[in-house]
Design a protein around this ligand. Structure first.
Ligand SMILES: Cc1cc2nc3c(=O)[nH]c(=O)nc-3n(C[C@H](O)[C@H](O)[C@H](O)COP(=O)(O)O)c2cc1C
Length: 185
Protein backbone atom coordinates (compact mmCIF):
# COMPACT_ATOMS: atom_id res chain seq x y z
CA UNK A 1 0.00 0.00 0.00
CA UNK A 2 1.28 3.48 -0.75
CA UNK A 3 1.14 6.32 1.82
CA UNK A 4 -2.19 7.67 0.54
CA UNK A 5 -3.88 4.29 0.75
CA UNK A 6 -2.38 3.73 4.21
CA UNK A 7 -3.73 7.09 5.42
CA UNK A 8 -7.20 6.32 4.07
CA UNK A 9 -7.12 2.89 5.73
CA UNK A 10 -5.92 4.36 9.05
CA UNK A 11 -8.57 7.10 9.34
CA UNK A 12 -11.25 6.24 11.90
CA UNK A 13 -13.76 8.38 13.73
CA UNK A 14 -12.15 9.63 16.94
CA UNK A 15 -14.41 10.10 19.94
CA UNK A 16 -11.98 11.33 22.58
CA UNK A 17 -9.67 14.30 22.01
CA UNK A 18 -6.86 15.92 23.95
CA UNK A 19 -7.41 19.55 24.99
CA UNK A 20 -4.18 20.63 23.23
CA UNK A 21 -5.02 22.95 20.33
CA UNK A 22 -3.93 22.20 16.75
CA UNK A 23 -1.38 24.73 15.41
CA UNK A 24 -2.92 27.19 12.94
CA UNK A 25 -0.48 26.17 10.15
CA UNK A 26 -1.85 22.65 10.28
CA UNK A 27 -5.45 23.86 10.24
CA UNK A 28 -4.56 25.92 7.14
CA UNK A 29 -3.00 22.89 5.44
CA UNK A 30 -6.04 20.77 6.20
CA UNK A 31 -8.41 23.43 4.84
CA UNK A 32 -6.26 23.89 1.73
CA UNK A 33 -6.61 20.17 1.06
CA UNK A 34 -10.38 20.41 1.61
CA UNK A 35 -10.65 23.19 -0.94
CA UNK A 36 -8.78 21.16 -3.56
CA UNK A 37 -11.74 18.78 -3.77
CA UNK A 38 -13.64 18.40 -7.01
CA UNK A 39 -17.00 20.16 -7.28
CA UNK A 40 -19.83 20.16 -9.79
CA UNK A 41 -19.32 22.89 -12.36
CA UNK A 42 -16.27 23.83 -10.29
CA UNK A 43 -18.58 25.96 -8.13
CA UNK A 44 -16.61 25.18 -4.93
CA UNK A 45 -19.84 25.82 -3.03
CA UNK A 46 -18.34 25.18 0.42
CA UNK A 47 -17.51 27.51 3.29
CA UNK A 48 -15.54 26.59 6.40
CA UNK A 49 -15.90 28.09 9.86
CA UNK A 50 -13.08 27.26 12.26
CA UNK A 51 -14.64 27.30 15.71
CA UNK A 52 -12.12 27.34 18.57
CA UNK A 53 -14.13 29.38 21.04
CA UNK A 54 -14.72 26.91 23.86
CA UNK A 55 -17.86 28.66 25.12
CA UNK A 56 -19.42 28.64 21.65
CA UNK A 57 -18.49 24.97 21.14
CA UNK A 58 -20.18 24.21 24.48
CA UNK A 59 -23.30 26.12 23.42
CA UNK A 60 -23.39 24.32 20.08
CA UNK A 61 -23.13 20.98 21.89
CA UNK A 62 -26.08 21.79 24.14
CA UNK A 63 -28.21 23.36 21.40
CA UNK A 64 -27.56 20.36 19.08
CA UNK A 65 -28.58 17.92 21.82
CA UNK A 66 -31.78 19.91 22.43
CA UNK A 67 -32.51 19.95 18.71
CA UNK A 68 -32.04 16.17 18.43
CA UNK A 69 -34.30 15.25 21.38
CA UNK A 70 -37.28 14.40 19.15
CA UNK A 71 -35.29 12.92 16.29
CA UNK A 72 -36.84 9.84 14.68
CA UNK A 73 -33.77 7.57 15.21
CA UNK A 74 -33.48 5.99 18.68
CA UNK A 75 -29.65 6.06 18.89
CA UNK A 76 -29.58 9.77 18.10
CA UNK A 77 -32.30 10.50 20.68
CA UNK A 78 -30.26 8.57 23.27
CA UNK A 79 -27.20 10.75 22.58
CA UNK A 80 -29.38 13.86 22.78
CA UNK A 81 -30.83 12.82 26.12
CA UNK A 82 -27.45 11.92 27.67
CA UNK A 83 -26.90 14.52 30.39
CA UNK A 84 -23.11 14.84 30.11
CA UNK A 85 -22.12 13.55 26.68
CA UNK A 86 -20.24 16.07 24.54
CA UNK A 87 -21.16 15.42 20.91
CA UNK A 88 -17.77 16.92 19.92
CA UNK A 89 -15.90 14.63 22.34
CA UNK A 90 -13.75 17.41 23.81
CA UNK A 91 -12.34 18.49 20.44
CA UNK A 92 -10.56 21.86 20.70
CA UNK A 93 -11.48 22.69 17.09
CA UNK A 94 -14.85 22.23 15.44
CA UNK A 95 -15.08 23.01 11.74
CA UNK A 96 -18.55 23.91 10.54
CA UNK A 97 -19.10 22.98 6.94
CA UNK A 98 -21.51 25.26 5.15
CA UNK A 99 -22.58 25.37 1.54
CA UNK A 100 -24.51 27.32 -1.02
CA UNK A 101 -27.81 25.51 -1.67
CA UNK A 102 -28.24 27.32 -5.01
CA UNK A 103 -25.07 25.65 -6.37
CA UNK A 104 -25.29 22.53 -8.48
CA UNK A 105 -25.02 19.40 -6.27
CA UNK A 106 -23.97 21.59 -3.35
CA UNK A 107 -24.11 18.98 -0.58
CA UNK A 108 -22.09 16.52 -2.66
CA UNK A 109 -19.44 19.20 -3.21
CA UNK A 110 -19.31 19.80 0.54
CA UNK A 111 -19.01 16.07 1.25
CA UNK A 112 -16.14 15.76 -1.25
CA UNK A 113 -14.32 18.63 0.48
CA UNK A 114 -15.04 17.06 3.87
CA UNK A 115 -13.47 13.75 2.87
CA UNK A 116 -10.33 15.57 1.71
CA UNK A 117 -10.33 17.36 5.07
CA UNK A 118 -10.58 14.12 7.07
CA UNK A 119 -7.85 12.39 5.08
CA UNK A 120 -5.56 15.43 5.27
CA UNK A 121 -6.09 15.56 9.05
CA UNK A 122 -5.25 11.87 9.40
CA UNK A 123 -2.10 12.34 7.31
CA UNK A 124 -0.97 14.83 10.00
CA UNK A 125 -1.98 12.41 12.79
CA UNK A 126 -4.89 14.65 13.75
CA UNK A 127 -8.09 12.88 14.69
CA UNK A 128 -11.52 13.75 13.37
CA UNK A 129 -15.16 12.87 13.73
CA UNK A 130 -17.88 13.88 11.29
CA UNK A 131 -20.80 15.28 13.27
CA UNK A 132 -24.26 15.02 11.77
CA UNK A 133 -26.05 15.86 15.03
CA UNK A 134 -25.09 19.53 14.77
CA UNK A 135 -26.65 19.32 11.30
CA UNK A 136 -30.04 18.62 12.89
CA UNK A 137 -29.74 21.95 14.71
CA UNK A 138 -28.54 23.82 11.62
CA UNK A 139 -31.38 22.34 9.58
CA UNK A 140 -33.93 23.55 12.13
CA UNK A 141 -32.57 27.09 12.36
CA UNK A 142 -30.52 27.79 9.23
CA UNK A 143 -30.85 31.58 9.34
CA UNK A 144 -29.89 31.89 13.00
CA UNK A 145 -26.70 29.86 12.53
CA UNK A 146 -25.81 31.41 9.16
CA UNK A 147 -25.92 34.73 10.98
CA UNK A 148 -24.03 33.49 14.08
CA UNK A 149 -21.25 32.09 11.87
CA UNK A 150 -21.25 35.27 9.74
CA UNK A 151 -21.67 33.25 6.55
CA UNK A 152 -21.72 35.11 3.24
CA UNK A 153 -25.21 35.65 1.72
CA UNK A 154 -26.71 32.51 0.24
CA UNK A 155 -24.78 30.04 2.43
CA UNK A 156 -26.18 27.69 5.08
CA UNK A 157 -24.44 25.53 7.67
CA UNK A 158 -24.78 21.78 7.00
CA UNK A 159 -22.85 19.85 9.68
CA UNK A 160 -19.64 19.93 11.72
CA UNK A 161 -16.33 18.12 12.04
CA UNK A 162 -14.60 17.65 15.40
CA UNK A 163 -10.82 17.90 15.08
CA UNK A 164 -7.99 17.44 17.54
CA UNK A 165 -5.19 15.25 18.79
CA UNK A 166 -6.36 11.71 19.53
CA UNK A 167 -6.84 10.64 23.13
CA UNK A 168 -7.94 7.09 22.33
CA UNK A 169 -6.78 4.15 20.33
CA UNK A 170 -8.85 4.16 17.17
CA UNK A 171 -11.22 1.20 17.01
CA UNK A 172 -10.83 -1.30 14.20
CA UNK A 173 -12.21 -0.46 10.81
CA UNK A 174 -15.90 -1.33 10.64
CA UNK A 175 -16.67 -4.61 8.94
CA UNK A 176 -17.68 -3.92 5.37
CA UNK A 177 -21.42 -4.56 5.41
CA UNK A 178 -21.69 -6.00 1.91
CA UNK A 179 -19.59 -6.34 -1.13
CA UNK A 180 -21.18 -3.43 -2.96
CA UNK A 181 -19.30 -3.83 -6.22
CA UNK A 182 -20.21 -5.36 -9.55
CA UNK A 183 -17.74 -5.72 -12.37
CA UNK A 184 -18.81 -5.73 -15.99
CA UNK A 185 -15.85 -6.82 -18.04
C1 LIG B 1 -22.72 12.16 7.40
C2 LIG B 1 -22.10 11.56 8.63
C3 LIG B 1 -22.58 11.95 9.89
C4 LIG B 1 -22.01 11.43 11.05
N1 LIG B 1 -22.43 11.88 12.27
C5 LIG B 1 -21.84 11.42 13.39
C6 LIG B 1 -22.19 11.96 14.66
O1 LIG B 1 -23.06 12.84 14.78
N2 LIG B 1 -21.53 11.52 15.76
C7 LIG B 1 -20.55 10.56 15.68
O2 LIG B 1 -19.98 10.19 16.70
N3 LIG B 1 -20.19 10.03 14.48
C8 LIG B 1 -20.79 10.45 13.34
N4 LIG B 1 -20.39 9.97 12.13
C9 LIG B 1 -19.30 8.96 12.06
C10 LIG B 1 -19.81 7.55 11.70
O3 LIG B 1 -20.48 7.00 12.81
C11 LIG B 1 -18.59 6.71 11.31
O4 LIG B 1 -17.97 7.29 10.18
C12 LIG B 1 -18.94 5.27 10.99
O5 LIG B 1 -19.42 4.61 12.12
C13 LIG B 1 -17.72 4.48 10.44
O6 LIG B 1 -16.65 4.54 11.38
P1 LIG B 1 -15.23 5.16 10.97
O7 LIG B 1 -15.43 6.63 10.63
O8 LIG B 1 -14.38 4.95 12.18
O9 LIG B 1 -14.75 4.41 9.77
C14 LIG B 1 -20.96 10.47 10.95
C15 LIG B 1 -20.47 10.10 9.69
C16 LIG B 1 -21.02 10.65 8.55
C17 LIG B 1 -20.44 10.29 7.21
Amino acid sequence: MNETLKTIARRRSIRKFKAQQIPQELISEILKAAMLAPSAHNEQSWFFTVMQNRELIKELNQASKNAAKNFHIDDIRKIAEHPTLDIFYGAPTVIIISGKPSALLNEINCAAATMNLLIAAESLDIGSCWNGIAGILFHQEPKKYASLFKLPDGYQPHYAIALGYKDMQPINAPIQKNIMVNYFN
